[in-house]
Design a protein around this ligand. Sequence first.
Ligand SMILES: Cc1cc2nc3c(=O)[nH]c(=O)nc-3n(C[C@H](O)[C@H](O)[C@H](O)COP(=O)(O)OP(=O)(O)OC[C@H]3O[C@@H](n4cnc5c(N)ncnc54)[C@H](O)[C@@H]3O)c2cc1C
Length: 390
Amino acid sequence: MRVQVAIIGSGPAGLLLGQLLYKAGISNVIIEQRSKEYVLGRIRAGVLEQGTVDLMDEAGVGQRMHAEGLVHDGTELCFKGERHRIDFKKLVNKTVMIYGQTEVTRDLMDAREAEGLTTVYEAHNVSVHDFDGAHPKVRYEQDGVTHEVQCDFIAGCDGFHGVCRASVPQDALRTYERVYPFGWLGILSDTPPVSHELIYCNHERGFALCSQRSPTRSRYYVQCSLDDKAENWSDEAFWAELRLRLDEEAAANLITGPSIEKSIAPLRSFVAEPLRFGTLFLAGDAAHIVPPTGAKGLNLAASDVRFLWQAMVDHYRGNQVALEHYSERCLSRIWKAERFSWWMTSLMHRFPDTGEFGQKIQEAELAYLVGSTAAATSLAENYVGLPFQD
Ligand SMILES: Cc1cc2nc3c(=O)[nH]c(=O)nc-3n(C[C@H](O)[C@H](O)[C@H](O)COP(=O)(O)OP(=O)(O)OC[C@H]3O[C@@H](n4cnc5c(N)ncnc54)[C@H](O)[C@@H]3O)c2cc1C
């Protein structure tokens, strides 16, 4: 097979890139190691920045998102048992869209199928070759047969554990990492959300987040220990712990029900630099990870895709240097999102050394945030997504 761009991974980054390139007349194939059902079954992000919403529209897949997604004008911070609202619309005249990653993925997969574009699912032993030159190749196995894709470029959209970053010579790559000493225990339930907006809770027992996917489907999280296991938590134990971390009104209004998914996610900050190695480009979780506190993971993946799609389009229109700035453009935005995600995580969570002093400092900072227009504006500006610097 010969295409212009071989995309590894059918997460949001790979699918979005595939659709945008197709719209620009650039041929591509997506090679995914898992089945379609497995990819669709992963419960992950749910908050889309305006820039991500715009990209979904640009890719021609925004219709269902606009019909079913929920526009949020703000969010709430809860500390010392009280909730305070940060009004994004008023502070920065922007909003966010609540629309699950699963739905983003489904819309992109449906569009790809409708256009008859190729996605190879359940591709085994995917490997990337010759990306230090102009004729890179991707090989994979399926049903015992080895296949080869020849291309101009490889887009490594294969997530944190993928093969693309791992195939780069170690001396060409610099990585930065922080692993947090706790995780998030998350529950998905078909119950109405406790509030029409998200609630981020700082509590002495640990962080909690009341999030949602739709008016009838909620996603709740509590900070937990890293050695905890989801199966150690009955639904009742989860709801009881969540209630303890909420303000009185939210605790009283919380509607509980059976979980339809329950899992623990570790928290990590990670950046690999650069994002380009010859004709191989990394995008999304393949290049960086943020703790989910700032709702940036999926949005950063979309932002890389935006830069890569634009650079590839410019390249095929004859701009020979278009791809040279990809890495630095992405990294400028990535590090700002890393900072914001690290800051929100540090502010909201209980660390092993937080202690009484640390708790007081967190509460003082939260009080400053909700009491100062300048501080609240800074939070709002980052949460809704910083502007793109093209
Ligand atoms: C448990 C969890 C919860 C999360 N919650 C949130 C949240 O609440 N908010 C938020 O903003 N972000 C969240 N994130 C982060 C967000 O989901 C990711 O940032 C986003 O999925 C990144 O998209 P991606 O396409 O870059 O990577 P992925 O979605 O990871 O997609 C990569 C794809 O590549 C495939 N792949 C991997 N290796 C290979 C290979 N060798 N060959 C072929 N294919 C391969 C994988 O199967 C996968 O389909 C969460 C992540 C996790 C893991």
